[in-house]
Every structure is written in C-alpha cells, then in structure tokens.
Design a binder for this molecule. Structure first.
Ligand SMILES: NC(=O)c1ccc[n+]([C@@H]2O[C@H](COP(=O)([O-])OP(=O)(O)OC[C@H]3O[C@@H](n4cnc5c(N)ncnc54)[C@H](O)[C@@H]3O)[C@@H](O)[C@H]2O)c1
Length: 328
C-alpha cells in the first residue's frame, strides 16, 4: 500500500516506515526535519522535505506518489516546551493536522492513522487506563493532541473518512542491529537521557520527583517498543476503511518506575548511571499504565516486548554504537 507518513523521519515515524518497507508496503516520509533525521529514512527517495502546514506541497506529494492512506506522526511533542510555547503547539499540532486533513479531502484520500498520546487522559488513580477513561489533558501538549483527535473525528464524519487513533504511552527502544534509534536535537525522553549520562555526554540524569505515591517514589510509566507500535500501525492501515472510527491505547500494560528504568539500564550497560533527584515537573502524573486489550482483541496486535530491560538493550545497542546520534 502507498502510504504518506508525516513526521516519517522522526523517531516513531521512521521506525514505522522501516517496518512497513519490510512488510512489503510503500511508505513515503513527509517531514520538515525540525527534529527528524534524513539518515533515519533508509532510502532518500522515500523522503519529501516539507511542512505539514504547506497544504499545497502536501497535496502535490499525495498526487505524485498516488498515496492511498496517511499516517500522521508529525508534531511538536515535548510537555515542558508546550507549557512554555503553547502557540507553537496549537499551530503545528492543531493547524498542521487541519491542513493535512484539508489536503486529504482535496485529494480524496479517505483514511488516516493518527499518533495521539497518553497525555490526553485526565490524572487518575484508576489504572490501567482504557479507551473509556476520561480525557482531560493537563498540558498544552495533551490539549492540542486531543484537539487533533476531535478534528479528525469531525472531518471523518463530514467527508466519509476512516480513522484509527493510537494513544501511545512511552515509546522507546531502537531497531535490532543498532543502526537506527532515538536522536533529537533536544532530548527529553528518559532512556536516551540515561544513556547520555552513562556515556558522559551530560553530567547527571535528573529524576523529577521521588515523593510520588509509587513503590519507590519516582513516576511509574508504561514503556512500549517502537517495533510494537509499528506492528499496530501496519495492522491498522491494512484494515482501515472509510467510515470506520477506532481508537486504541498502546502500551505494554506494565508499569515501571523511573528508578527501575535506571537500574535496568545499569544492568544492560554494566555502568553506574549518575543521577540526582530534582523537583516534580508540572504536568507529570504519578502513574500512567495502559490497557491495550482492545488493540489486541480487535486488531490482533501482539506486542513482542513486555519488560523494559530488553527494550533498553536495543536502545543501548544504538546509543553505544552512535554516541553522537546519526552524526556518528
Ligand atoms: N515518543 C513518545 O513517547 C510518544 C508518546 C506518545 C505520542 N507520541 C506521538 O508520536 C508522534 C511522533 O513522536 P516522536 O517521538 O517520533 O517525535 P519526533 O520529534 O522524533 O518526530 C516528530 C517528527 O515530526 C516532524 N515535524 C515536526 N513538525 C513538522 C511540520 N510542521 N511539518 C512536517 N514535519 C514536522 C519532525 O521533524 C519529526 O521528524 C508525535 O505525534 C507524538 O505526539 C510520541
């Protein structure tokens, strides 16, 4: 299937692109490279450099490549940055999604798979979080991603489109072989930050909060390998039809504390990870754990990674081989 992957040079998008090629599909990345990497797309012919807000260019790309379906990964996606710059988040995430949908309507592309997030859910004590859990985001990142969900649903109803919304929990890990992995200009994700500290690329890891109501006081999160996310995208695209509306939470269903992730990374690297306890960050709930039963039952999704240590091993294979990211 010919697919357009906005944000397809980014961390999750490029992992999906590489996965889809292996499954015999024909994906094209459309990415402005603001945080993505050319080198994450194995064949340069599969990358179109452009902004999702440039509707004309999106339409041209869809027509030139006979695109049948869209996977929409492109976004700005950092909670702290969204609190400092909500204007950027509303422009890229919400107006960018609207522009993409307008291009799809103009080109009569009827199906979209959208990357949403656990950050759209309300802070809740009830775990795991299901698709029926209340969505009440606490940060501009979460608010704008929820607004994208709404606009997609409204366009689908008006223009007979089909959608699958995936809400990922914490995406992590790297391709087997260590050739492709996580590499952003400004890193805010835990596992790459841990390995940067292990490799002496930054002084000390900051653990934000050790006074949460969790087993060791640090935040509990649900870590899901990129290849498992990619498998879900493949299954969704292959079954999506106009008129369909589906939403799924994607996580491992296992909660791991920040300090447990640090310990898993120490076992993987055989190195001591220097860390310090810092204050809580705004917008950080104590615990986020997904229920992904719906994706398993309806899509036949079978995630391969269930614990954090093998995921950390794949990430370490990448970081230790590429200490300066794709530049090394
Ligand atoms: N990484 C996670 O843990 C996680 C969790 C939940 C949801 N998500 C969602 O998954 C998606 C991908 O996240 P990621 O971690 O791969 O981030 P990323 O920053 O690696 O990827 C985003 C990509 O979008 C591109 N992009 C940004 N603005 C663009 C624009 N205006 N036009 C074209 N391209 C643009 C960037 O260059 C980058 O390649 C995002 O939508 C994010 O909200 C990620």
């Amino acid at each position: 299937m010919k697919m357009l992957l906005t944000g397809g040079a980014g961390y999750v998008g490029s992992a999906c692109l590489r996965w889809l090629i292996k499954q015999g599909h024909d994906p094209i990345a459309y990415d402005d490279l603001s945080t993505g990497n050319r080198a994450a797309v194995p064949n340069p012919a599969r990358l179109v450099v452009g902004d999702i807000l440039d509707q004309e260019k999106v339409e041209h790309t869809i027509r030139t490549h006979d695109i049948e379906t869209v996977m929409h990964f492109a976004a700005v996606a950092s909670v702290p940055e969204s609190i400092a710059q909500p204007d950027l988040y509303w422009r890229v995430n919400v107006l960018g999604t609207k522009s993409l949908l307008d291009a799809m309507v103009a080109c009569e592309v009827k199906t979209i798979v959208f990357s949403s997030t656990a950050a759209t859910f309300a802070f809740t004590e009830e775990m795991p979080i299901t698709e029926a859990s209340p969505q009440l985001p606490e940060t501009p990142y979460g608010t704008t991603k929820l607004a994208c969900e709404w606009i997609i649903k409204e366009y689908a109803r008006a223009y007979d489109m089909g959608y699958t919304i995936f809400r990922y929990f914490n995406a992590c890990g790297a391709d087997a072989g260590g050739d492709y992995g996580e590499n952003r200009p400004e890193e805010s994700h835990l596992i790459p930050l841990i390995f940067a500290a292990a490799l002496g690329k930054r002084d000390t890891l900051k653990v934000f909060g050790n006074d949460f109501d969790t087993r060791d006081g640090s935040c509990v999160r649900d870590y899901i390998h990129n290849d498992d996310l990619a498998q879900a995208h493949q299954l969704a695209a292959e079954t999506l039809q106009p008129g369909m509306g589906r939403d799924y939470n994607l996580g491992s269903g296992i909660g791991t504390t920040v300090l447990e992730v640090v310990q898993a990374c120490e076992r993987v690297t055989q190195l001591s990870i220097p860390y310090e306890i810092a204050g809580r960050r705004p917008g950080d709930p104590a615990t986020l754990i997904a229920s992904s039963e719906k994706a398993k039952q309806e899509l036949g999704w079978k995630p391969q990674y269930t614990t954090v240590e093998p995921i950390a091993q794949t990430a370490w294979d990448w970081h230790s081989k590429h200490p300066d990211g794709y530049a090394s």
